[in-house]
Design a protein around this ligand. Structure first.
Ligand code: XIL
Length: 347
């Protein structure tokens, strides 16, 4: 199970190359090419992938998932609708399955996500709550989930997507009922439940410097000044070729480092209008290379997670009409130019 098809193919290609160069084949047989995780580890970083429970019956998929990466994020299994489907009735079976798989493969886990306006259970969204009621519901949800996974989660995305594009607070049920203080409360409650887990705020469209990432920068400063436990800022990095590359990514990562925070690229994909062609795949590869290099250039950028690794299980086609081909492996689990670009950046 340790040899993935990808690695076998790479080894095969290498053997052919060495043969044609007249080098002994034995060398290629003995040395498997390093995985993305191994390459990242040489820089003190991790390289991860999201996964989701329905995919875990796909053995070739699981083989690559289990070898190429050293960090796993459940794509859905730890969200509120999955973990507390009825008020006060918790179900951790989906998250457990992924945590157990990660453990079997010697991988760490990013927990995703405790507080988010999306994928909430119906019982929570279909009625009105007083501030006291909702505060109690939120605290219980956070602490029950974090306690359940105590010691098994490297980092939690405690609050996901708290800001609008213009840097104002997103008017979620939590913000509207509890005010902006719900973020500090959520971080404190999570910290009480697992003091060793790193606690993150996480969002999209915050890769470059702009109103939305500025809002996080300001919020983190305030949280730090108030002694609120906050360890990291997660940049989802759901990029799209038609919107251009966020050229201020490295500077942005650096300014959060200067606040004493870890940063991570937490949900990376680079979508395009399909069908893909050679030019689009080349540009996509360049973006993956640039993102990887930006993270490596900033000491406190701790790692990169793909939002699943293969186009076979990408969320993009279902959410962005006419778009896809966003990940470094194609639908047949064959590595694309982006995969080789990441490897080169990590070398
Ligand atoms: C996505 C999942 O990948 C899909 O399977 C699900 O239907 C919707 O959510 N930002 C996030 C992730 O923080 O939780 C989202 O995941 C993608 C966008």
């Amino acid at each position: 199970m340790r040899k993935t098809t990808t690695r076998l193919r790479l080894a095969g290609a290498l053997a052919a190359l060495l043969l044609s160069a007249g080098a002994p084949v034995a060398q290629a047989d003995e040395q498997e090419p390093p995985t993305l995780a191994e390459l990242a580890q040489r820089h003190g970083r991790y390289f991860g992938s999201a996964t989701d429970n329905p995919e875990l019956t796909d053995e070739p998929y699981k083989a690559v998932l289990g070898t190429e990466f050293d960090m796993i994020t459940p794509g859905n299994g730890m969200k509120w609708y999955a973990t507390e489907p009825q008020q006060g009735v918790f179900d951790f079976s989906k998250g457990d399955e992924i945590v157990n798989l990660a453990r079997a493969n010697h991988q760490r886990v990013r927990g995703h996500t405790l507080v988010w306006h999306s994928q909430l259970p119906g019982w929570l969204t279909s009625r009105a709550w007083t501030a006291d009621e909702l505060r109690a519901v939120l605290k219980k949800h956070i602490q029950t989930e974090v306690r359940h996974y105590k010691g098994r989660i490297y980092a939690w995305d405690v609050v996901n997507e708290a800001f609008n594009e213009d840097g104002t607070y997103r008017e979620t049920i939590f913000y509207k009922t509890l005010g902006p203080g719900y973020i500090a409360d959520a971080l404190r409650w999570a910290h009480q439940a697992d003091p060793k887990a790193a606690l993150y705020l996480n969002d999209y469209n915050v890769e470059g410097i702009g109103p939305k990432s500025d809002a996080y920068h300001q919020l983190v400063k305030e949280l730090k000044a108030q002694g609120v436990p906050i360890d990291g800022f997660g940049l989802q990095a759901h990029l799209a070729l038609q919107y251009g590359y966020p050229s201020t990514l490295e500077d942005n990562l650096r300014r959060f480092s200067r606040l004493g925070l870890d940063t991570a690229l937490t949900e990376v994909d680079v979508r395009m209008y399909v069908p893909a062609d050679e030019a689009k795949l080349a540009m996509q590869a360049q973006w993956y290379r640039d993102m990887t290099e930006a993270c490596l250039a900033v000491r406190r950028c701790v790692g990169i997670t793909l939002w699943d690794y293969t186009d076979k299980y990408s969320w993009i086609p279902a959410f962005f009409e006419g778009e896809g081909a966003a990940l470094p492996w194609d639908e047949q689990l064959e590595p694309k130019p982006a995969y080789f670009a990441i490897r080169e950046a990590l070398k």
